[in-house]
Write a protein that binds this ligand. Structure first.
Ligand SMILES: Cc1cc2nc3c(=O)[nH]c(=O)nc-3n(C[C@H](O)[C@H](O)[C@H](O)COP(=O)(O)OP(=O)(O)OC[C@H]3O[C@@H](n4cnc5c(N)ncnc54)[C@H](O)[C@@H]3O)c2cc1C
Length: 476
């Protein structure tokens, strides 16, 4: 495109022309919804396209929501079945995958209805079908008459990367989009790839009593986490019976009638009833007609954007999984809103786009925000550590959820909270208390908040007071 035809936020792009819409959003996942709602509520005329039969994105239909709903069904059902009272009563049933999945469709239905109401209330039409750019300011839905817009947000998400030579049509071989459709509960499963999705499924399937082999291509699990949390999750997964192999890489995957054999370059072979490929994702950019607008995706199919989520073609923004890490529904939504604010010419109100928390729904759950000890040590920041073990909290003792820890990292001179790391029951909720204290700039971010505040008793939130006192007591 002609570089001069758009200014930094694309606001003058072809401004003399009339368009069907001010903004056209491609994709109705959290990224697309965030952008569409932000702009529609501020008076822009907005339309969206969705190629799947229902709105909500991969997030609602084959990613976050179904995986978390299944996890809840598995953990709650298995906890009940392990209850000694039930055993005494002779209740010893084995739920099928189909039974455990049943509630998921209800939750998805509720999500779709709720999200549809957002589009309806804000007068945002949804065009059903595959959107493709036919020119810089026009998309066609399934080849129909082009729809024009002044600005675009691409929020088309991602899909599992599928290496050549692996037969994903085989009934025993799955990727993270197809695994939720697995019919029979296998006795054993091999998961290749130990990123967030691989580790979450390893934990979930192990809870279901499946023998799990987790194959990691790196030397540690979830390397971006704090080392102590990595050690904790590695210990607990092994303790539960997950076999973890690090530093491995696949040579070939051979499906057989009675199982799947993974051949590793190290010479090892792993045979299991089912195989889950969870190694890498690609941005959904093929078949988007990007060649008509001059955007060239990278080798992973992702669109490169600047800090405002503008692509190389400034009136076309991209948010969510299609731009790569952190590839979280939470981040996609915030990015969509931030892109929307930029389109509206507003500042993004400090959406803390670079301080995205991590929530990993393993058993035990993991969550963190801010710096790790490794990062602070490398940056020579004089920090101190405060810890609270869940086993010493009354609430954890009452609920029997004593596995876990909260760890606060804070600057030993300014007392600023620099990192919050948690594992254990409800870690993904607990972390947000620390995040809100960490968020303000300057003196308002201070660890003494936790020692000067009365917490309900008994609560898990109390862990903050315990950890803060523990850390402050180390100062001299
Ligand atoms: C198993 C699993 C578990 C996960 N768990 C979590 C979690 O616990 N927490 C978390 O924060 N994140 C989680 N994620 C990640 C999260 O689901 C994604 O980060 C999120 O869905 C990305 O949102 P998005 O809007 O970018 O894309 P999506 O939600 O994937 O939506 C993209 C939409 O665009 C549509 N589309 C694509 N191309 C076109 C086109 N050309 N025309 C029209 N429509 C199109 C697609 O049909 C889709 O509906 C998980 C992912 C997986 C796979």
């Amino acid at each position: 495109m002609d570089e001069n035809s758009s200014d930094q936020n694309g606001s003058d792009h072809n401004s003399s022309q009339k368009y069907d819409y001010d903004l056209f959003v491609i994709g109705t996942g959290p990224g697309g919804e965030g952008a569409a709602m932000q702009c529609a509520k501020d008076g822009l005329s907005v339309a969206v396209a969705e190629k799947y039969s229902r709105i909500g994105g991969g997030c609602t239909h084959w990613g976050t929501i179904p995986s978390k709903a299944l996890r809840y069904a598995i953990t709650s059902t298995m906890a009940a079945l392990k209850n000694p009272t039930f055993r005494e009563m002779g209740i010893n049933v084995r739920p099928t995958l189909e039974q455990l999945r049943r509630g998921t469709q209800t939750i998805i239905g509720q999500q779709v209805t709720m999200r549809q109401s957002f589009y309806d209330r804000n007068n945002v039409p949804i065009f059903k079908g595959q959107a493709r750019f036919v020119s810089e300011n026009a998309v066609s839905i399934d080849g129909d008459e082009p729809i024009t817009a002044k600005k675009f947000v691409i929020a088309t998400g991602s899909r599992p990367y599928r290496p050549a030579g692996v037969d994903f049509s085989h009934p025993r071989i799955f990727d993270s989009d197809t695994i939720l459709g697995m019919n029979e509960k296998p006795a054993s499963m091999c998961i290749y790839g130990a990123g967030v999705i691989g580790v979450e499924y390893a934990s979930m399937f192990r809870n279901l009593g499946i023998k799990v082999n987790l194959i990691n291509t790196r030397s540690k699990l979830l390397e971006f986490l704090d080392d102590e949390i990595i050690d904790a999750i590695s210990y607990h997964l092994r303790d539960q019976g997950v076999v973890i192999r690090h530093n491995e890489s696949m040579e070939k995957i051979v499906p057989e009638d009675d199982g799947v054999v993974l051949h590793l370059k190290s010479g090892k072979r792993v045979k299991t009833d089912a195989f889950l490929w969870a190694n890498g994702r690609s941005g959904n950019t093929d078949d988007l007609g990007l060649e008509h607008v001059g955007i060239v995706p990278n080798s992973r199919g992702q669109i490169e954007v600047d800090e405002h989520f503008q692509s190389a073609v400034h009136h076309i923004y991209a948010v969510g999984d299609v731009i790569g890490v952190p590839s979280l529904a939470s981040a996609a939504y915030t990015q969509g809103r931030a892109a929307g604010m930029h389109i509206l010419g507003k500042v993004d109100g400090n959406l803390r786009l670079y301080d995205i928390p991590t929530g990993i729904y393993t058993s035990p759950e993991i969550s963190s925000v801010g710096k790790t000890e490794r990062e602070l040590t490398a940056a020579c920041v004089p920090y101190e550590v405060g810890q609270a073990q869940f086993k010493s909290l009354a609430r954890a003792q009452i609920t029997g959820q004593t596995t876990g820890m909260l760890k606060l990292l804070f600057h030993r001179d300014t007392l600023q909270v620099l990192g919050v790391h948690c594992f254990g029951a409800n870690a993904s909720e607990i972390v947000h208390i620390g995040q809100s204290v960490m968020s303000p700039e300057g003196a308002n971010n201070c660890i003494t908040y936790f020692t000067e505040t009365t917490f309900n008793y008994p609560t898990m939130a109390e862990a903050y007071r315990v950890a803060a006192l523990n850390g402050l007591n180390r100062l001299f």
